[in-house]
Design a protein around this ligand. Structure first.
Ligand code: XIL
Length: 665
């Protein structure tokens, strides 16, 4: 083990303070297009802490009851940064698959296709130069009112970047210290694969980790030190761990492979089923994959670009359940193996026709928009054909659930991933759906490099981002969530990298830039928990008044509405929508889903979908209702079955209620 400790000062020299939520979103959620379910509804998520570094913040996050301070007014924007602050999109970006199907499953690249699709660019990671620069500056997360001179933040002693050899055991001792005395606590925010953590009896912890060949490279490792007196005062330390190959690779133990489990899928007889099967080996060898009961005429071939992936393709010809028996074997020692079973339910196409008219026909007839959020990477899904056909039949509006968020579309400076949103746009045009862009400016799902930008250049980065995304899509996407979730639960501004840099003016600047970059687009502000009366809704109205008095180009308001079955506030919703309408703005229900705490709540779920739709239809300015996904199989909260079609794509009672309600006056 090569641990190279550097003499750290007992207390780090430069502190960097950021709102906690930002850091947690980046470190823990990982963002990047994941559609993994998040069990926390927004109202239960931890809220950000005000920025404590007064030098950095021109707009103090004070405790005013309604939105304050007010926009100071930016009547005209200056030119965009020149030269650009980050490298612009270029032709080296991820190749765009020009495919008018929503799912590109039949275009999934396998080795045989080598000539037909351009190879993706190599991933960008942490460079040697960044590793040599040492650990990142510690980040202090301080709750409001804590005086950092009175209560000094805790720290870790002797933490530095580490170099370790594959196959060797790394022992990392973590000893937090509170300079004011007492026992500081800690938690580890980065999981090292197969590592073990041992609590020693003296408030220290030791992480034992043996990296393998697959871990070679440089990674971040983040741990928090918690203050002894006030555990909400915490400091994040990020060091870099470099894993290198030993001179004699035979010293590394050979371990069995693992298979990534796949949940059941429903498909139709005759659908082209494409299933990506991933098996990895910590030794970085490529396991073989077999299916012992391969369906008739199926092919199982290696993925063109990703060695650990095999692509199964077949067209089921009869209805019934298929239980695929998957076996992965170690490349060098075939007796080292892993097994799993993947279920595919094959249904007759007639099972997916139903009476009463598709939602989009009913919505078209009353000049209403009924929409859904589409999650990325359809080509990773066996049910892509059923998903795409169902979506095209039922909806006349679509928004990207993740793939237009900053961390997805521009994960590293100069690295743009347009393929998924391009594909969604092409599919929507081919199937005559309108598009809704989500989202340009948000505190979450930002890539780490954006969090790291200096305060003084953030306005420039924000404007550059808005301009680049809108320049690509302004002809096709005419409705945009420009700013998402700027208001905190108590009605104050939510701390964010944007608020920290520009104060409340960031909202105004974002809208002005959006108008400049896409003059014809409808620009909306999108928020959650504003369907009920209270400080947050009051702050929304105050924000609208403030922006309108300032001449900000704002066209509408989005009500997200991630609800549970206890929602009863239909009168509040109607009143709040009326408040928005009275300010001459359009209204969109942007992210409706109704999570079940218990599967018996289906009737309550019906009542909520129907009730929300009714309020919207009775409000002339309410233009659209979008559900956040449509099948429970692909919901961000799929453990709560919150959507209108089941995991098997069958209409739930909530679907039938929407269908009925759309058909009434
Ligand atoms: C969610 C997506 O559905 C998840 O897949 C992702 O992991 C996290 O973000 N409010 C928003 C949406 O504005 O962008 C969020 O979408 C849900 C809450």
């Amino acid at each position: 083990m090569h641990v190279k400790p550097k003499n750290l000062k007992t207390r780090p020299a430069r502190w960097q303070t950021v709102p906690e939520m930002l850091l947690l979103t980046t470190l823990l959620a990982g963002g990047c297009g994941s559609d993994s379910p998040n069990a926390n509804p927004p109202s239960e998520q931890p809220v950000g802490q005000p920025v404590t570094d007064s030098d950095a913040s021109p707009g103090p996050a004070d405790e005013s009851p309604v939105i304050s301070p007010s926009v100071t007014g930016t009547t005209a924007l200056g030119p965009l940064p020149s030269p650009p602050l980050s490298a612009p999109p270029s032709n080296d970006d991820e190749p765009t698959v020009q495919d008018t199907r929503l799912h590109t499953s039949t275009a999934m690249p396998i080795l045989e296709d080598a000539a037909t699709l351009p190879a993706p660019p190599p991933p960008i990671g942490i460079s040697e130069a960044e590793f040599s620069a040492g650990p990142l500056a510690p980040v202090v997360l301080a709750p409001p009112g804590v005086d950092l001179d009175e209560n000094q933040p805790p720290y870790f002693e002797n933490l530095d970047n580490i170099t370790v050899l594959a196959g060797q055991l790394l022992e990392l001792n973590l000893a937090p210290i509170d300079p004011d005395g007492g026992v500081a606590d800690q938690y580890v925010a980065t999981f090292l694969p197969r590592s073990r953590s041992v609590d020693n009896d003296d408030a220290t912890k030791t992480i034992f980790w043996t990296p393998f060949e697959a871990d070679v490279g440089i990674r971040d490792f983040t741990i928090f030190a918690l203050d002894a007196e006030n555990p909400e005062l915490r400091v994040a330390y990020t060091i870099r761990i470099k894993v290198e190959m030993p001179s004699d690779p035979s010293t590394i133990e050979n371990t069995p492979p693992t298979i990534n489990h796949i949940d059941p899928y429903t498909v139709r007889v005759g659908d082209p089923v494409v299933l990506e099967i991933t098996a990895t080996d910590p030794n970085d060898t490529v396991p073989t994959i077999e299916i012992s009961n391969l369906p008739p005429a199926a092919t199982l071939l290696p993925h063109r670009d990703i060695p650990s992936v095999h692509v199964l393709r077949f067209v089921p010809e009869v209805a019934g359940q298929i239980a695929l028996e998957v076996i992965a074997r170690d490349a060098l020692e075939p007796t080292l193996r892993a097994e799993d079973i993947f279920i595919i339910d094959v249904e007759a196409p007639a099972r997916f026709t139903h009476e009463g008219g598709r939602l989009r026909e009913l919505a078209d007839a009353r000049d209403f928009l009924i929409g859904f959020a589409a999650s990325p990477n359809y080509y990773h899904r066996a049910d892509g054909a059923l998903y795409a056909d169902t979506a095209a039949a039922e909806f006349n509006l679509v928004t990207a659930e993740n793939s237009l968020k900053w961390d997805y579309v521009n994960p590293y400076p100069g690295d743009y991933r347009w393929a998924d949103p391009d594909n969604l746009v092409a599919w929507a045009k081919a199937n005559d759906l309108a598009l809704h862009g989500h989202t340009l400016v948000w505190y979450a799902q930002l890539p780490p490099w954006v969090l790291d930008t200096p305060v003084a250049s953030r306005e420039g980065h924000m404007r550059e981002h808005i301009d680049r995304v809108l320049s690509r899509y302004r002809d096709d996407i005419k409705l945009w969530d420009v700013v998402n979730e700027a208001i905190d639960e108590d009605g104050s501004y939510r701390p964010s990298v944007w608020y920290e840099a520009m104060g409340p003016d960031y909202v105004d600047i974002a809208f002005r830039q959006a108008r400049a970059s896409a003059p014809d687009a409808t620009l909306i502000y999108n928020e959650y928990d504003t369907e009920v009366k209270g400080p947050k809704a009051d702050a929304l109205f105050a924000l609208i008044d403030d922006l309108q008095a300032n001449g900000t180009p704002l066209d509408g308001i989005g009500f997200q509405m991630h609800l549970f079955t206890d929602f009863v506030a239909f009168d509040d919703l109607a009143a709040n929508m009326a408040e928005v309408a009275s300010r001459d703005l359009d209204i969109y229900v942007t992210e409706l889903d109704v999570s079940l705490r218990d599967s018996d709540d289906l009737a309550e779920q019906v009542a909520i979908y129907e009730g929300v739709l009714s309020v919207c239809l009775l409000q002339p300015r309410c233009k659209a209702l979008q559900t956040w996904g449509f099948t429970d199989r692909h919901s961000w909260r799929r453990q709560f079955d919150p959507l209108i079609l089941g995991r098997d794509y069958q209409p739930k009672p909530a679907y039938l209620a929407i269908q009925r309600r759309l058909g009434e006056n």
